[in-house]
Design a protein around this ligand. Structure first.
Ligand code: 13P
Length: 250
């Protein structure tokens, strides 16, 4: 049985005082869950979030990083810096970064390797646009993104890469993929991993769904055979909504 990982992606939201308050509220709600609880917060919240989450079962992640350890990259944050303060997870290749910040399959792959080199757990986002879906190319796009993200990884690293399937048309739009469509896409990703690394690795990889996941639809999505968790934007900003997703199986 794969463990479910329920991760919030706060994107560019939440000031430190809001982060502290949210995590304090969430702590009690999620303390008994068997699911892994992760909050990926802005850089400026990381330290506060880590301190507030200390001694709880809430894990903290970043939303991006550079792939180099240090150097003349003004404005960037390195994997080593994240690790040094106790960050555990990092989102890599979110579609907003691919779209607005020129993230490519190549930089995604470099960042995944850098994450493992620094003992960070990567959450790699893949997903198709509406046009790509309507043209019938969704599965080609997401399996190709997956293959390129994993390029050169050992089976053990591949197994520990979390993939988040986030159809771009479902992000922040209120439109959710049907549970069947989301599951089918996650299955295709798993099949691709099986093709490259074999069935055992594929069986262990965590594949999340993301895109307008909320308390009302979380249970149906998370009960599907190949959906092993969620990457949640809007509904992760409030403890009351996020905890309902974390506790979907209670
Ligand atoms: P929403 O849940 O707001 O649609 O965002 C999804 C997402 O992009 C998470 O990374």
């Amino acid at each position: 049985m794969r463990k479910k990982i329920i991760a919030g992606n706060w994107k560019m939201n939440m000031l430190p005082n809001e982060a502290i308050e949210m995590i304090q509220q969430l702590t009690d709600y999620v303390k008994d869950t068997e699911n892994e609880v992760v909050l990926c917060v802005p850089y400026t919240d990381l330290f506060y979030a880590l301190l507030t989450a200390q001694g709880t079962n809430i894990k903290i992640g970043a939303q991006n990083m550079h792939y180099e350890e240090k150097g003349a990259y003004t404005g960037e944050v390195s994997p080593k810096m994240l690790k040094s303060i106790g960050v555990e997870y990092v989102i890599i290749g979110h579609s907003e970064r691919r779209q607005y910040f020129a993230e490519t399959d190549e930089t995604v792959n470099k960042k995944v390797k850098a994450a493992f080199a620094n003992d960070l757990k990567p959450i790699v986002c893949v997903g198709e646009t509406l046009e790509q879906r309507e043209a019938g190319n969704a599965f080609d796009i997401i399996t190709s993104q997956t293959e390129k993200a994993l390029d050169g990884l050992s089976p053990e690293q591949a197994e520990n890469t979390i993939i988040a399937y986030e159809p771009i048309w479902a992000i922040g739009t209120g439109k959710t993929a049907t549970s069947e469509d989301a599951n089918e896409a996650c299955k295709k990703i798993r099949e691709k991993i099986s093709e490259i690394y074999g069935q055992n690795v594929a069986n262990r990889v965590i594949i999340q769904y993301g895109g307008s996941m909320k308390p009302e639809n979380a249970k149906e999505l998370l009960q599907m055979s190949d959906i092993d968790g969620g990457l949640i934007g809007g509904a992760s900003l409030k403890a009351e909504t996020f905890e309902k997703i974390v506790n979907y199986n209670k």
